[in-house]
Structures are given as C-alpha cells and as structure tokens.
Design a binder for this molecule. Structure first.
Ligand SMILES: Cc1cc2nc3c(=O)[nH]c(=O)nc-3n(C[C@H](O)[C@H](O)[C@H](O)COP(=O)(O)O)c2cc1C
Length: 197
C-alpha cells in the first residue's frame, strides 16, 4: 500500500462538493523521517492565530518541540501508552493550551475551548495544504504536562497534544495502529447532523 493509495482510502466520501483540503485531512499515525522546519511550524501556527475568537481574545497558546530534541522526548513522555508507539516518529509534538480567564477583566472565558478548536482547525487545514498531517490527542497525563511546561494553572489549561509530520508508510506501524491507518474514515449521514428550519 503506497502513500497515494492510503490517501485515497482516507479521503472523505462527502455528500457535497467539500473543499479538497477538508476532504483530504485525516488523523494520520504513520509519519516519515522528513523533518519539519521551524518555518513550517510557524506558518501553521500563524494560520491558527488568524482564527476568529470571542472578543478577539485569542486564548490559544502553542508550545512545540521538533523530533530529535530533548524537549520532544519530554513531551512524548506525557502521552498515554496508546499514543506513544505511533507518535515517536512524528516530526513535531505541539501542545495546545488555552488561557481560561479573559485578559481584559480576569473573568472566566467561556469560549476558550471553542476558540482553541477553531484555531486548531485552521492549523490542520494549513498543514494539509503543505502535505503535513496532524493527529490531535486528548490522551496525555495532565499533571505531567503541567509540570514539564511549568503551566500556571490559575489561568491556563493544556487541552490537547498534536502530532505533526509528513506522511509515512502504514507498514511501518505496529498493530492495532497499522490497521487503523488503513481503515477508511466515516461520518454519520449529514441528515443526522443538520436540520433546515
Ligand atoms: C480533542 C481530540 C482528542 C483526541 N484524542 C485522541 C487520542 O488521544 N488518540 C488518538 O489516537 N486520537 C485522538 N483523537 C483523534 C480522533 O479519534 C479522530 O479525529 C476521529 O476518530 C476522526 O478521525 P479523522 O480525524 O481521521 O477524521 C482526538 C481528536 C480530538 C479532536
């Protein structure tokens, strides 16, 4: 199974003419040895930063480490067992956190997770446009991540990690990850999501 066959298998079978950048994104697990540069990391994060946010608070924060660095190892150690085998080859690990309080008055920002999600969606779409694939992960040790990153929990919360990289071959993965990489994606029918009033 070569890369383009996997990409075809993973392409969203949409009911409408959805943009290819959205159809062709998936949560990849097989990453190639090709490194990610600081330039592409900053390009993706700048795309994230241009997401809309409630009152333009821009609550998202990103910290990242490139593969091969001590910081990458430290972040990788924070991941749950089910996420460690396939993320070791990622080009970078990115920590997605949010400021939980409004900068303007210190009150809770009820929109921070929503806005971080919007930013992450931008980041993933920009990534696909550069042939980079991302895989979000909620499976990490929060206490460890807070300690490693010296997070001030009074106003910041780590929400998820994101593995990023150029595509590798599914064959390089151990099971069950290989099978998951070779399984088509699915969504429930659009009619169960949308209601025209
Ligand atoms: C907030 C969040 C947390 C996730 N956590 C994990 C995780 O810990 N491990 C994992 O393998 N996938 C994780 N995923 C990926 C989802 O399982 C994946 O997006 C979903 O199955 C749809 O697949 P697709 O992204 O390929 O379309 C997470 C996704 C999101 C948005």
């Amino acid at each position: 199974m070569n890369l383009s066959t996997t990409a075809l298998l993973k392409e969203a079978a949409t009911e409408h003419a959805v943009h290819p950048l959205i159809r062709n994104r998936w949560s990849a697990r097989a990453f190639s040895a090709a490194p990610l540069s600081e330039e592409v990391m900053h390009t993706m994060i700048e795309a994230a930063a241009w997401a809309p946010s409630s009152m333009n608070e821009q609550p998202w924060r990103y910290r990242y480490a490139l593969r091969g660095t001590a910081a990458f190892e430290q972040l990788w150690e924070c991941l749950m067992g089910g996420n460690q085998p396939w993320t070791k080859d990622a080009g970078a690990l990115l920590v997605c956190s949010g400021m939980t309080l409004l900068a303007k008055n210190g009150q809770p920002n009820s929109a921070w997770k929503h806005d971080l999600g919007l930013a992450n969606a931008n980041l993933l779409t920009q990534a696909v446009s550069m042939n980079i694939y991302g895989h979000l992960m909620g499976g990490f040790d929060h206490a460890k991540a807070n300690a490693v990153l010296s997070i001030d929990e009074t106003n910041e919360e780590v929400f998820c990690f994101l593995a990023l990289g150029y595509l590798g071959e599914a064959e390089q993965l151990i099971e069950p990850f290989k099978t998951r990489e070779l399984t088509a994606r699915s969504r429930r029918p659009l009619a169960e999501t949308v209601m025209a009033l």
